[in-house]
Design a protein around this ligand. Sequence first.
Ligand code: ADP
Ligand code: ZN
Ligand code: MG
Length: 476
Amino acid sequence: MSYEAVIGLEVHAQLLTRSKMFCGCGTEFGLPPNTQVCPVCLGMPGSLPVVNKQAVEMAIRAGLALNCSIRPTNRFARKNYFYPDLPKGYQISQYEAPICEYGWIDLAVNGRSMRVRIRRAHLEEDAGKNIHASEAPGSLVDFNRAGTPLLEIVTEPEMGSAEEVVTYLKSLRDLLVYLDVCDGNMEEGSFRCEPNLSLRPVGATTLGTKVELKNINSFKFVKEALEYEIGRQTKVLLEGKTVHQETRLWDIERAQTVVMRSKEEAHDYRYFPDPDLVPLSISEEWIAELRETLQELPQARLQRFVTEYSLSEYDAGVLTSSRALADYFERCVKLFNQPKTISNFVMGELLRELNQTGSDVESSPVSPERLVELLGLVDNGSISLKMARELFPEVYASGKSPEQLVEEKGLRQVSDEGELGKIIVSVIQSNPTQVVQYREGKETVLGFLMGQVMKASGGKAHPQKVMELLKKALAG
Ligand code: ADP
Ligand code: ZN
Ligand code: MG
């Protein structure tokens, strides 16, 4: 008997609003504990929540980009449970009426295209954080994060491998970052994923018992945890035992999943509509207005790069992986109409420097204008492409103009006929044997003579020009 994996994902994306979901407190990460709190997000009796309009707009924009339909009437619900990081004893979430429903993301996995359907995406508030510090007598709670808006995005159970899941997650994250609704930072927890995994005999149509995985904060761990868990469940089934429905944690140290809680302890959340919040009406006009703000989405832009600039899917994919990089590329192309040359240079030289210095393209010390200036020097024969590549790290580090650097370092290629002529004459004079060989028909000697001229010029002679003049001189 062989089994196949069935995986569905729940992602919690922290929305990039300035204030929290139901109060005016700030949402900045990493501030001193309990400095971003008020009676509302601390759940004080008598305080009343007010919906953050910006969060709703972000949810709608994300929903539209995910091809979801947007519900005209929304209700918030209370999800009741007790935990120290949840001050009210319930979380405000959406239950039977999520703001976004029935969307999808199209993916390319290993050159094969697939669609992952989104079941729902709903708004909710985040909890605080429990801190178990060894120096403190007990556990501490930081409520700065309590009440931060989250969009929970839930897929249908239809991915089949860790690779598909990682592709889905990257694509979803890129999209949310592109839309400016989430910063996508997995380590800081602003993009958290919980995969649900079950196995079933290959070809079966019913679903097996699922296990939910938590504590996964990088793409690497997503892959490792899923692969481990597929192996574990396969073994259980092959031994004739049954998989238990439970929540398991990814244990980084031991590189395995461990039980966190079983179904028997699963919560009954006793959802009910939150009486403190009136239903939210979303008009057609509002949705249409927000649709206008979506601009061109990454996939459409990728396809346009392929057709408009004749780039490969791969190159177009890299260049549209962030809006800032795609904007940078297009600004360059506007200034210098050689998309392929620019694409190679941006993907090679620029991304290498950015990676090495840990910077992103928004703060690149080399502006599109500067990059294009350097490529212009290659185009007009002042320097070779090789020199441009070698010079780039210095342009990047010094912030100087490429023209100026080429002057300062005396790198300009020599294409002046008089100057090159002198060098050629002296090379011909000091290599009489090779000259005779060439004239007798041994053409390969040309390469040697060419090399001598390049060497004598300190590598600065313009190669095509040298070739042309050398042939002329040898013929004469
Ligand atoms: P729960 O009520 O436990 O939260 P849901 O039906 O809401 O379960 O599904 C939560 C997530 O788990 C969804 O992403 C869904 O696609 C996925 N899922 C549900 N059942 C299975 C299953 N049998 N195998 C794999 N994934 C599943
Ligand atoms: Zn508050
Ligand atoms: Mg659920």
